[in-house]
Design a protein around this ligand. Sequence first.
Ligand SMILES: Nc1ncnc2c1ncn2[C@@H]1O[C@H](COP(=O)(O)OP(=O)(O)O)[C@@H](O)[C@H]1O
Ligand SMILES: [Mg+2]
Length: 365
Amino acid sequence: MREVAAGDRAAYFSNVTLSGHPARMFTSRFGSGRALQVAVRSDTVEQGVRQAARLLAGVGGTGVLLAAVLGYWVSRTGLAPVARLTATAERIAATRDARHRIDMPAGSARREDEVTRLATAFNTMLGELEQSVTAQRRLVADASHELRTPLTALRTNADLLARGDRLTGAQRDRASGALQRQLREVTQLVNDLIELARDEEPLPLVEDVSLADLAAHAVRSARGHWPDVPFTLTVDPGAAPAHVPGVPARFSRLLTNLLDNAAKFSPSGAPVEVALTRSGSGSVQGAELTVRDHGPGISPQDAPYVFDRFYRADSARALPGSGLGLAMARQIAHAHGATITAEPAPGGGALFRVGFERPPGPKGR
Ligand SMILES: Nc1ncnc2c1ncn2[C@@H]1O[C@H](COP(=O)(O)OP(=O)(O)O)[C@@H](O)[C@H]1O
Ligand SMILES: [Mg+2]
């Protein structure tokens, strides 16, 4: 203090104890040769600092805790759909049952976050999968059912022939003729089933098919097959250049199935008329293939079902066939983006239309 008063030392702070209390003292020069000392109790300040430290620790701790709880809650509610998705996927993998779905929480229709969209997409995919599995199962069930009858008939005739020594020559010939016919039918049925079960078109075989050439070829081979049926083919010059992308062999199959039906149901000598015409107008242009016969036609109560697998009208049961021809025709048409319909033809008979949209032009795509 003396050094400060003498001006030898700058003003300074120091810690002292005043009547038992800690204090902070300031020493400064005051005039010449004098010094001033000011002291303030410092224990209250220290207490304040300690209090602030405690408060900060409390607030900080609560903050961390709150963040942890909130984080947990967000992850639980935000990721719950993901957990459900995983569980559903695991369940399907374990049970191979595509009927499971992810439960969407109520009101989620309004929520449009990524996870909800994923869950919706997942459910849609499951729906498609289930449908395809069901369709395959039904095909197998229908097929086994349909195969049973011809197989029984085959066995009967085979048994009959096995006891051939007791048959007359004529009876034996009849039985072996029937056996051969039934074998052919079963073979045809199995082949049709194989084609029907495969519903994707083999991509490497897709090419631009000229509808006029296709029709000409199908009619030519139908004439060979049914020499007694007069087939006529008319091609509208406007539709002649129509090309559609597709697998030629499959298109032929479609047309052959229609021509076979027409010939089969035609009374003898009645013509089967095949035509290729232009359809549509403006920018949406198309071509239409029609097959018309003069047979009994399709009755209104059969019309909705003729394209179903194995469906045969009662009146058709006496004729050979399996009921797969039109199902296959429809499948081929749909695989190529074409439509197929059946209707009664004006003046009697059946009229089948196969519509191809947006083809014409040099390369109809
Ligand atoms: N041109 C037609 N005229 C009358 N009925 C038809 C014609 N084409 C198909 N049908 C009806 O549709 C059914 C299904 O045809 P399809 O699937 O080809 O089977 P299938 O020829 O083996 O009987 C036929 O059984 C018949 O009842
Ligand atoms: Mg048929």
